[in-house]
Design a protein around this ligand. Sequence first.
Ligand code: NAD
Length: 498
Amino acid sequence: MPASDIEWTAMDAPILIDGQTHFDADHARVVTNPAHHKEVVGRRAVGTGGYAHAAVEAATSAYERWSALSAAERAQMMLAAAVAIEAGNGDRARLLTREHGKPLSEAAHDVGGAPKILRYYAGLADRFDTPDVTEDDLGRIVRLLRPMGPTAVIAPWNAPVYLSYLMIAPALLAGNTIVIKPPSYTPLAVTDTLLELDRHLPSGVINVVPGSGPEVGAALVRHPSVRNIRFTGSTETGKQLMRDAADSVKNIGLELGGNDPAVILEGSTINDQLISEFVRGVYAGTGQICYNIKRIYVHRSMYEDFVDQFTEAVDQIVIGDGLSSDVTMGPLNNEAQFKFVDALVDRTRSSGATVATLGRRHDPTTWDDGWFIQPSVVTGLAQGAELVECEQFGPVIPIIPFNEESEAIAFANQSEFGLAASVWDDDVDHAFDIARQIEAGTVFINVHRVGASDVSMEFGGFKQSGLGRGHGWVAVEENSELQVLAHRPGWVEATGHH
Ligand code: NAD
């Protein structure tokens, strides 16, 4: 393994293995600013299968010591790391805006996830350390949680810090050691937090290998010593991971894609509050959030009113560099996403739908220097159209009328995805009744946007949106083996003569 650890700065993402950084400046890849293609924000080390293997070895050696600590001891270190990470988050939010494109307030929420999530899971230490003991005439049964082993964490580019910590923190609390592959488009801010985290943990507990998914990610997933895989990303990649993990029957958690429906029932009042919730729910992150609203179904009696008010509000969006305080929507993150969304909008228009292109360009003179796209609102589409069925992951939204509630429920459920959804009605009890009939891991009532699913609220998908659940206590259980210790003299005695 070459170890030329030269010339890297806080703007770069090195490899971290067993407390040592590695950065080969000659072979590093540049990370560019999606708001100004030609601006280099930093560089990421190019990890290889060899580095992935070395990182798993480090995580395997560190495992014995880390897993032998109590969760309370691990939590103390996680809390110390949270304080240190928080202190650097102002600069990191700016770095994240520059590598990702999202407005500074959204980037601050993303990097703020690291200390917040570490603290939340540190708070669950006592629960982890307290076994469940039952004693009766038959004997004693002790149920305890034990860590699984070296854990591979693979994260997407859209909310790199928040999503990485949702996977890392419960795994660490449970006593697992980590090798994480950060996303290739947005590796910088998250790696910077991980270097800080490493300073507060024993060496080898957290290892970082930036690099390509098919090379570094796949090497981690296939490695025989890795016992647990935590993945957030697309459904296509998730399927590949399941295949790769099958050979050694690894534990696997998948948070995958979504095509979230929002259903506005007849009893809803269309007012500024509701419209503003929808604008945020659809366009936050430039539409690149797993649980953005991706299809809107509106009762026919209020369809035109909703479309008019919503279109007017979307037209107020200001698109530009997320570092400008008056910008409300950044560019798409990368060229591939830009080309996909741009072509999807073109095909939708050619199919005969009405596409309203909205919003204001903050700086028309530099528009073509970034992966900018104006938000659009699409009407005149039927259920089954491409834009309604696919995960657009961009700022374009179809709005479809319905007549009966049963029809809206059927439309909402006609999808291979089932991540989140929302039901909107002034009668909240009625909204709950409808929500129960929707096939999605989370169904929000009268809200549907980032932050609405708190770290304490279980999250995950039905159908092809994922396997298992993140957030909350359940994520600790999903990173643990449940072990049962049983002493049953009463039972032996009762059955011994048979
Ligand atoms: P992606 O699947 O392309 O990549 C995710 C990660 O997997 C990246 O780090 C990538 O390098 C890695 N990877 C790619 N091929 C791999 C392989 N063969 N083996 C191992 N790793 C591999 O997804 P993306 O484009 O980065 O993210 C967008 C997608 O993520 C969307 O579909 C979105 O809905 C989904 N997402 C889901 C959630 C959730 O909580 N359910 C949250 C955020 C994003």
